[in-house]
Design a protein around this ligand. Structure first.
Ligand code: G1P
Length: 271
């Protein structure tokens, strides 16, 4: 079973400025609920029992959100408000699951993943990128099923406009193995439009093998000077690790850009 998840949260959120100059983007409300809670609910519903948050000193606000016990206890004592009691109980439920590690220099997603190496116990774990919300269907839960059926690593996949491939990790597909699943030959981070192997993009849900930590220990910075998880995945594929691209069924919402964030509020408001 996949029981552990990791969530990189040390990003600066420049695509959402000015909202993120003093505020963590993952705590910004989407239709009245912090974005990160949607991600946590997806994990819990998928059977995840432990979640490692990778934060930074600048984003301690995220830890404080889950550790405001004194604040809640004082207010609840004074007001005995049932809504606040229910909200606090929800926070406590999340808090029990979460551990924190720090990535104080933004060196890329690969480096963020590497920081969690001491916590990961099982052969495979789940990673969720909090900018990517998937609604209407639990993508993590479906990917865990694909993982068990095929005994392989799995990543979420979506067809994108060919002109936008340089914004994503892009798959080179091998063969279809079931209705929504493809075996992949490789994956490349943010390729040029002319060099892209397909228009199938990596969306932020990954079931990764623990062996990736050994690759990350040696991983050199890639595109844009960052250490990319995509490059370590490519190394594993070359060495024979089986990776599957899963065309997820839910609706993708990009919460990491201003326009996408505004749209996410509208879409979730309609649910
Ligand atoms: C990251 C990954 C990229 C993936 C994308 C999905 O990029 O590096 O491969 O396609 O998430 O959202 P970022 O959004 O951090 O630039």
């Amino acid at each position: 079973m996949i029981k552990q998840a990791i969530i990189p949260l040390a990003g600066q959120g420049t695509r959402l400025l000015p909202l993120t100059s003093v505020f963590a983007k993952e705590l910004l409300p989407i239709n009245g609920k912090p974005g990160i809670e949607y991600i946590l609910d997806e994990c819990i519903e998928a059977g995840i029992k432990e979640i490692v948050f990778i934060i930074s000193n600048k984003k301690k606000m995220i830890k404080n959100y889950f550790y405001s016990d004194d604040f809640y206890n004082k207010i609840i004592k004074k007001k005995k408000d049932s809504r606040i009691i229910a909200e606090y109980k929800k926070i406590l439920k999340y808090k029990k699951l979460i551990k924190f590690v720090y990535q104080n220099t933004p060196k890329g997603t690969g480096d963020a993943v590497f920081k969690t190496r001491k916590y990961i116990k099982d052969k495979y774990f789940l990673m969720l990128l909090p900018d990517d919300l998937i609604i209407k269907k639990n993508c993590s839960k479906d990917m865990i099923k694909v993982h068990h059926k095929n005994k392989a690593s799995v990543m979420a996949s979506m067809k994108v406009n060919s002109k936008t491939v340089s914004r994503w990790g892009i798959y080179s597909l091998n063969k279809k193995i079931s209705k929504n699943d493809y075996l992949i030959n490789g994956v490349v981070e943010k390729p040029d439009v002319k060099k892209a192997p397909s228009n199938k993009a990596v969306i932020g849900r990954y079931i990764l093998p623990k062996t990736i930590f050994k690759k990350l220990a040696k991983q050199k910075p890639g595109n844009g000077g960052e250490i990319h998880i995509t490059d370590a995945i490519q190394t594993l594929i070359k060495e024979g690790e089986k990776f599957i691209a899963h065309n997820f069924l839910g609706k993708y919402l990009d919460c990491g850009t201003m326009q996408g964030f505004i749209n996410s509020n509208k879409e979730i408001g309609k649910l």
